[in-house]
Design a protein around this ligand. Structure first.
Ligand SMILES: Nc1nc2c(ncn2[C@@H]2O[C@H](COP(=O)(O)OP(=O)(O)O)[C@@H](O)[C@H]2O)c(=O)[nH]1
Ligand SMILES: [Mg+2]
Length: 455
């Protein structure tokens, strides 16, 4: 952390402005060596912007604006200098080279935010929210991360931890001063206290499912036998000719994935190879992948050609999709129909049925309505509630809940208080991991390594 780090913080390419950022003790020193302000003989005041030129060997490299932010009120809590230069790749790389010649080091991915975390300006849940906000794909996703960034998750974790500590303190008194006739918590009070915390921990953990759907998208596999119109449905939803459509069965041989944004929700649409018996090696692998997609999907769009009778392949797929959230799409509604929902309702009473024609676009908006209804994740305005979006946080909550269940089991089994305390401390540590306390250094490094350079 003693190094002064530098990175290009804006995307590489051609843009009006590019920003190069520097953080660390030597930032000001380096700046003074390379920057010639228009108004000379003026002190650099914190949180001000100066106009001038970046110079090398008395030659002007670029005309720039420089923001100076002195420790400790900065993003990293260190001295930060931001150079707003012209946004060309050559210029930005040139200035970076000069900074490095003067003693700065190229920042690692996420290193500015890592410093913000290590210097105590952000907790880990907030640091993760910073990166998530940068990669957010929908407004709803964004608002969820904004809640994390504001420290809401941190406050919740601290609140639950505090409750654990109070109970722990009661247990420890009993352990440390057994000679006192200390009136600790009754066992029933103890169980009630832990149970209520446990409930909150579990509730928070359960928000992961929605959080995951919002963040990663609803995995939606379009399945069916060959030639029923799966790829055509994908194209109709995307309003683009993304997948190849022909009347030759077996055209789609590999799965194809596309993100699709619908009323604030994100679908990860997966077009699959039609499921049938095949001797073609490549097609066979594709079909294997289709079956896998069925099992991994959050939602299935089962496409049926309503103009022809059901075949063995349809029945095979019907077997695979039991217990899955599924919309039956009766496609080719523009042709004379042979199959209607009546063929399925008896066996799939909770399934949804939609008639479509991928050819004419009939029924597509109805399909979109049903998908929106099925995944009612709340509208954007009301989505400022707290939910967990990453697996790391979810796992910590699951472990904390496990430990608390162990405490309850120990109390009920009449084990001594030492056992209660061990598990409760463990639950406390797991909660701490969410905000980045009691995490090992290499785990922290791994988390930040996923960030982008310059943030
Ligand atoms: N009449 C009619 N033909 C369709 C419809 N949807 C797809 N098709 C045709 O059916 C054939 C197979 O379509 P495709 O999307 O490749 O099916 P896939 O094998 O399930 O992906 C193509 O010739 C499409 O033009 C539809 O709604 N009505
Ligand atoms: Mg296809």
């Amino acid at each position: 952390m003693e190094d002064t780090i530098a990175a290009i913080s804006t995307p590489m390419g051609s843009a009006g402005i590019g920003i190069i950022r520097m953080s660390g003790e030597k930032s000001m020193d380096i700046l003074k060596q390379i920057f010639q302000p228009k108004k000379k003989n003026q002190e650099f005041k914190s949180h001000t912007i100066r106009y001038g030129h970046i110079m090398e060997n008395n030659k002007v490299i670029d005309e720039v604006l420089v923001s100076v932010m002195l420790a400790p009120n900065t993003y990293t809590k260190e001295d930060i200098v931001e150079i707003n230069c012209h946004g060309g790749q050559v210029i930005m790389k040139k200035i970076m080279k000069i900074l490095i010649n003067k003693g700065a080091r190229l920042a690692e991915p996420g290193e500015f935010t890592k410093r913000a975390f290590l210097n105590g300006r952000l907790d880990l849940s907030q640091a993760e929210a910073v990166m998530d906000m940068i990669s957010a794909k929908t407004e709803r996703e964004l608002s969820g991360f904004a809640v994390h960034l504001s420290g809401e998750l941190r406050r919740k974790v601290l609140f639950l931890r505090e409750k654990m500590i109070q109970i722990l303190a009661n247990i420890e008194v009993g352990i440390d001063y057994p000679e006192y006739e200390f009136e600790g918590l009754e066992e029933s009070e103890m169980i009630a206290g832990i149970s209520s915390i446990l409930k909150e921990v579990e509730d928070l953990g359960n928000t992961y499912e929605n959080g995951r759907l919002i963040k990663d998208g609803i995995k939606t596999a379009i399945i069916g036998k060959p030639n029923v119109g799966k790829s055509s449905i994908l194209n109709a939803l995307l309003r683009a000719n993304r997948a190849i459509v022909t009347d030759i069965a077996g055209t789609t041989r590999d799965t194809l994935e596309e993100y699709y944004y619908l009323n604030g929700i994100t679908l990860k649409l997966i077009d699959t190879a039609g499921i049938r018996e095949s001797s073609d090696v490549v097609e066979k692998i594709g079909i294997e992948k289709s079956i896998q997609s069925i099992h991994q999907a959050d939602l299935l769009l089962f496409v049926i050609d309503s103009s022809s009778d059901l075949e063995a392949e349809d029945h095979r797929i019907l077997q695979e999709i039991k217990d899955k959230k599924c919309i039956f799409i009766l496609n080719k509604a523009d042709l004379e129909n042979k199959i209607t929902r009546d063929h399925f309702v008896a066996d799939y009473p909770s399934a949804r049925f939609i008639e479509t024609s991928a050819l004419t676009g009939y029924g597509i908006s109805c399909l979109e309505e049903v998908i929106t209804e099925l995944f009612d994740l709340g509208d954007i305005e009301s989505s400022d509630s707290l939910y967990i979006t990453n697996l790391r946080q979810k796992e910590a909550l699951v472990h904390a809940a496990e430990s608390m269940r162990n405490v309850i089991a120990s109390v009920e089994a009449g084990l001594s208080e030492e056992f209660w305390a061990i598990d409760l401390k463990n639950a406390y540590l797991e909660m701490s991991k969410i905000i980045g306390e009691s995490l090992e250094d290499d785990v922290v490094s791994q988390i930040f390594a996923r960030f982008c350079v310059g943030k």
